[in-house]
Structure formats: C-alpha cells, structure tokens
Design a protein around this ligand. Structure first.
Ligand SMILES: C[S@@+](CC[C@H](N)C(=O)[O-])C[C@H]1O[C@@H](n2cnc3c(N)ncnc32)[C@H](O)[C@@H]1O
Length: 268
C-alpha cells in the first residue's frame, strides 16, 4: 500500500517541477473564481446531493483502498490519541469514517466537524450504533468553533482539497492546535510510475466520472473529483506549504503509488 515516505526540506527539483503547475491553486475550483463564499456554497450543495450514496461510491470506486488509507492516517496519530484526555478533531469529517478510525485509538475526545448537514446526519446515524462517544458538529473548517491552542491533533481525509482557501485552512488548523500538536492531511495526490500513472489517469478521468454519475444519479461530483485533484498541490508542494505555514517535521507518505498521500507535521 505504501510506496514511499519522504521528509520535506525545500521542495526537491523533480517534485517542485511537478508542483509548479499547481502552485497557483488557492482552493477548490468550484464556485466563482475569487469568491470564497460561492465556493463554500457550491461545495456544500455538491456533497448534499451525493451524501446518500457517498460511502458506497467511495469504497466501490477506490476498490476499498480508502478504508486502509484512513486506518493508516489514524494509526499515524496513535500516540497522541492514546494520551488520556487528548482532544482530536476530524475536519471535513463527512459521513464520519475517519472519526471512527480515530475513535478506536482514542483515550480522550474525538470530534468530527463538517459544514454539510446531510453528510453529518449520516455520520451521526452511524455513530449511534457503533461509536456513541464521538461528537459530530456542524462547522466550517475555515472558521472552527475551537479555541486557540485547544487541540492535540487535527486530521482530515479527502476534505482539505475542497476548502475555498488552502492557506486559510492550514492557518486555521495551526490556530486551534497546541504547541507540538499534530496535523494529518490525507488527500488524493499525484500518481507516479511510467505504467501506473497513465493507467490510473485513464481510470480517474474517463471511467470514474461515468460510473460515479451512473450510481449517484448526479452529474457534478464525480466530474469534479479528477479536476479538483489535478489542480491540488502535489506531494512536495503541500509539504512545502505546511513548512511555510510554520509546521515542523513535515513529512508525507504515498499510498497506492501516490493516488493518495498522508501529510504529517507538528505545530512549532
Ligand atoms: C470528500 S468528503 C470527505 C468526507 C470524509 N472525511 C471521508 O473521509 O470520506 C469532503 C467533505 O468535506 C466537507 N467540507 C468541504 N469544505 C468544508 C469546509 N469548509 N468546512 C467543513 N466541511 C467542509 C464536505 O461537506 C464533505 O463532507
């Protein structure tokens, strides 16, 4: 599953070249350019329409790999979670799957936050049966209802890419983290490999949107997915942005040839 691990210093030549085309990405391409309010509304509406089919499509279209990726992200925060009283937030939690993974390691409090009510309703329904200790709250990741330096870790799975402004998203995560607190961002990323990369691109750009539309019954979300990943900062670029924002010990690990990557760091 894991193809390589790297610690970031300054972005390397090859990777920064890969990232340069993405360097202008301020946030999700949805909504009107430069209008963050319209991006938020468009993202929220899109996830509201897909919510009932979201879990099934996620697992189906990733052949179940998304489950392993979220588990790996939670394991990466195991030490923090295992501290009695630890406070950890899963941002853009959607239907709650990362929150549940975090909850399995937690000796403290896990909170899932999302601004899309239909996604949260599903998360709460699932928690009722399996994880009553996890708190789900309706909140915007760019304006979190947590105090400064109040959390031990923040994590996000496949949510960060949808923010209207990545820089503000990183800053807000930094604001709520305690000194030494940990950040973990799991996102789709840039695939590598001379054979795997073109094959994956064909699947991601040609097959996935069609199958997604067929099953979800809506056009937008699975067209948006490859577009938003293509403009999202690559592995090195995102690592660099975290370092620039003041995180230390920034590193990332690729999953499944870079289909997804987990970025980690600590607040200075
Ligand atoms: C692709 S889903 C990911 C859900 C979940 N984390 C997972 O692992 O499957 C993206 C989620 O991010 C949420 N989201 C996007 N922008 C947000 C924001 N600014 N604040 C809160 N939630 C946001 C959406 O509502 C959606 O539920």
């Amino acid at each position: 599953m894991v193809s390589d691990t790297r610690s970031s210093g300054p972005a390397s030549g090859q990777a920064s070249g890969q990232a340069s085309a993405q360097a202008n990405a301020q946030g999700s391409p949805l909504g009107l350019p430069g209008d963050e309010g319209s991006t938020r509304r468009a993202v929220r509406t899109m996830f509201s329409t897909v919510a009932p089919r979201y879990d099934f499509l996620n697992h189906f279209l990733s052949l179940g790999r998304d489950i392993a990726w979220r588990r790996a992200a939670a394991r990466a925060l195991k030490e923090t979670l295992a501290r009695p009283g630890s406070r950890v937030a899963d941002l853009c939690c959607g239907t709650g799957d990362l929150s549940f993974c975090l909850g399995r390691h937690s000796q403290g409090v896990v909170m899932g936050a999302d601004f899309c009510h239909p996604m949260l309703a599903i998360a709460r329904g699932k928690a009722g049966a399996h994880a009553p200790g996890i708190h789900f709250l309706e909140a915007d990741a760019l304006h979190l209802p947590f105090g400064d330096a109040s959390l031990d870790a923040v994590a996000s799975a496949f949510g960060f890419r949808n923010l209207a402004n990545y820089r503000l998203g990183i800053e807000e995560m930094g604001r709520v983290l305690k000194r030494g607190g940990r950040i973990a961002i799991l996102e789709f990323s840039h695939v590598r490999g001379v054979i795997f990369a073109p094959l994956f691109r064909f699947y991601f750009h040609r097959i996935l949107p069609r199958v997604g539309k067929l099953i979800s019954g809506v056009d937008g979300p699975y067209q948006y997915l490859p577009v938003s990943v293509a403009q999202f900062p690559g592995q090195e670029e995102l690592a660099q942005r975290l370092s620039d924002a003041g995180f230390r010990n920034v590193s990332y690990v690729n999953f499944t040839g870079g289909v997804a990557a987990l970025h980690m760091g600590e607040k200075k």
